[in-house]
Design a protein around this ligand. Structure first.
Ligand SMILES: Nc1ncnc2c1ncn2[C@@H]1O[C@H](COP(=O)(O)OP(=O)(O)OP(=O)(O)O)[C@@H](O)[C@H]1O
Ligand SMILES: [Mg+2]
Length: 298
């Protein structure tokens, strides 16, 4: 027999489901681009939770598109293969041999792992990179280094590129067919050579090409933090400029925030940086008023 306290617990659970109703109404039928950083893939349980969240979004009528990173996983394979890695201005020097390993990890391992977890959660995911249908064209990227005399040197860092064109057709076919695309950060140049793309940059380019309603970046911190390490629940473009000037936004957070602003400027409805270490963070961000990180605004 159900006790009174069990009945109350059930009522609370039912209430939580009902609280999601306005968000389901608002976002049903819209595209949500979700980036999961290599640094946010901290445990198998968190990745399974992520796969469940994405599957639930799809079943509720959203059109989730996943973009993923894989920096730590690339480092691990390069180490096992005894391929030495060096960095210039924070960017990996990507020679042909390194690029082969990068592609193996991103497309063959990390992407397919996310795909199979989504399948286990009951969804249908398809892993692809910019090589499929040539859908992400890149232009080669250079690192810029400031010389002693103050002039700027463009440093060749190999097969690193930024998207110059994203053709959304294949993604639209997949989402319309009920599939969840899982996109690895690899694009192609005019000769068909593979280039590694920063995964935040990829996610923003997908959000823009797909006219996404939301861009959500999962990372390994609770969101953007201020000088006291406190979470900034919202952050505007002018606040970002100020924090950058004061050196409080560094490293991997810089491309992330630049990408959010670029996506918002080009029509994406909302952009946020959320805590990938929290179980079911994606659902908390979408279905609760409080959210689960930092919302970026123009
Ligand atoms: N003001 C800030 N608030 C929060 N994190 C910051 C800030 N400034 C710099 N960071 C750094 O940004 C990091 C997140 O970016 P990072 O590139 O390391 O991860 P990711 O993009 O999620 O993963 P990947 O690059 O593998 O795809 C944080 O771990 C933190 O060290
Ligand atoms: Mg990063």
């Amino acid at each position: 027999m159900t006790t009174l306290s069990e009945a109350k617990d059930d009522a609370v659970r039912a209430r939580h489901l009902i609280e999601a109703l306005p968000y389901i109404m608002e976002y049903r039928g819209t595209t949500v681009v979700i980036k999961i950083g290599g640094h946010a893939m901290l445990s198998s349980a968190l990745l399974d939770g992520f796969a469940e969240d994405v599957t639930l979004l799809k079943l509720l009528g959203f059109k989730p598109v996943v973009a993923h990173g894989g920096g730590p996983q690339i480092d691990a394979l390069l180490k096992r293969l005894n391929i030495e890695t060096s960095f210039r201005e924070g960017l990996r020097l990507t020679d042909p041999e390194t690029m082969k390993a990068v592609e193996m990890v991103l497309c063959g391992s990390v992407g397919k792992d996310i795909v199979s977890r989504i399948s286990r959660a009951g969804g249908s995911a398809v892993g692809l990179s910019g090589k499929d249908c040539n859908f992400i064209a890149v232009e080669k990227e250079y690192a810029s280094a400031v010389r002693e005399d103050g002039t700027v040197e463009m440093v060749d860092i190999g097969f690193v590129g930024r998207p110059s064109r994203v053709d959304p057709e294949i993604l639209n076919h997949l989402t319309a067919g009920g599939f969840i695309p899982v996109v690895a950060p690899v694009g192609v140049d005019a000769q068909g050579a593979a280039y590694n793309i920063n995964a935040d940059t990829l996610a923003a380019a997908l959000a823009i090409a797909l006219k996404a309603r939301r861009l959500i970046l999962l990372t390994d911190v609770s969101g953007v933090l201020d000088e006291n390490g406190e979470l900034l629940v919202t952050l505007s473009a002018s606040q970002i400029a100020d924090l950058k000037k004061r050196g409080l936004i560094k490293g991997g957070m810089i491309p992330k925030l630049d990408c959010c602003l670029r996506a918002l400027e080009q029509g994406c409805g909302a952009a946020s940086v959320i805590d990938g270490r929290v179980s079911q963070s994606l659902l908390l961000e979408i279905f609760t008023h409080k959210g689960c990180g930092t919302e970026i605004t123009l």
